[in-house]
Design a protein around this ligand. Structure first.
Ligand SMILES: Cc1cc2nc3c(=O)[nH]c(=O)nc-3n(C[C@H](O)[C@H](O)[C@H](O)COP(=O)(O)O)c2cc1C
Length: 196
């Protein structure tokens, strides 16, 4: 490999592009597209989202401490992009996209019915990092649509067809088709190697 060294950049590839729903009580619900997201802890299950202070959604999420991370798919690419280029300050994004707000089970924020996986979140910590504040939140309920589950209720990645965002190129990709291995498959190979 012949590597070039660049300025520090957020070249962590790929990332999911998720739609985060939020709502202040009595106000219209809103959706913001977020790529700065990731799992932060297993027990309790936690994730983080990075949000700029100037986003319409920022004050909503900061004041309520609640939001829903809605996973996106190839079919939802256009609405995902739209929710990332238009502000809830100017438009009702549920009306604009035709997406359906549906009641959550634990938080007072609607989830997006069309998204196959919805993670209800309650903020535990907010870190001021610079351009973005990082909301570290506990996942308090998880919804998975039956259409992306197999007969044993395991997630079927091909059926899910997740939308993938590549930071450096600012492109959306889809099409995870080639299964490579399962967590720990090399441990089994290693055990067999030692036996022989
Ligand atoms: C693919 C994509 C990823 C984005 N990721 C983030 C992000 O991680 N954090 C953020 O603050 N804004 C992000 N944005 C920008 C916001 O989604 C955008 O500014 C949006 O219009 C804000 O909506 P709001 O003003 O209704 O909150 C992203 C936009 C796109 C298209």
């Amino acid at each position: 490999m012949a590597k070039k060294i660049f300025e520090p950049m957020t070249a962590l590839i790929p990332l999911p592009a998720v739609m985060v729903s939020c709502q202040k009580p009595g106000d219209k619900p809103n959706i913001i597209t977020i790529a700065w997201t990731g799992i932060a802890c297993s027990e309790p299950p936690m994730l983080s989202i990075g949000v700029r202070k100037n986003r319409f959604s920022y004050d909503i999420i900061k004041s309520t401490g609640e939001f829903v991370v809605n996973l996106t798919t190839r079919d939802l690419a256009r609405v995902t992009d739209l929710c990332g280029v238009i502000s809830g300050h100017d438009e009702d994004k549920f009306k604009l996209t035709g997406l359906t707000p549906s009641p959550s089970s634990k938080v007072k924020v609607p989830l997006i019915a069309e998204c196959p996986i919805n993670l209800e979140c309650q903020t535990r910590t907010v870190l001021e990092l610079g351009s973005h504040d990082l909301f570290v939140a506990e996942i308090v309920a998880t919804h998975i649509d039956e259409s992306v589950l197999d007969d044993e209720d395991h997630l079927d990645i091909k059926k899910l067809d997740p939308l993938i965002y590549c930071t450096k190129t600012r492109q959306y990709w889809a099409g995870l088709t080639q299964f490579v291995g399962r967590y720990g498959y090399t441990a089994i190979e290693n055990r067999d190697r030692k036996k022989s």
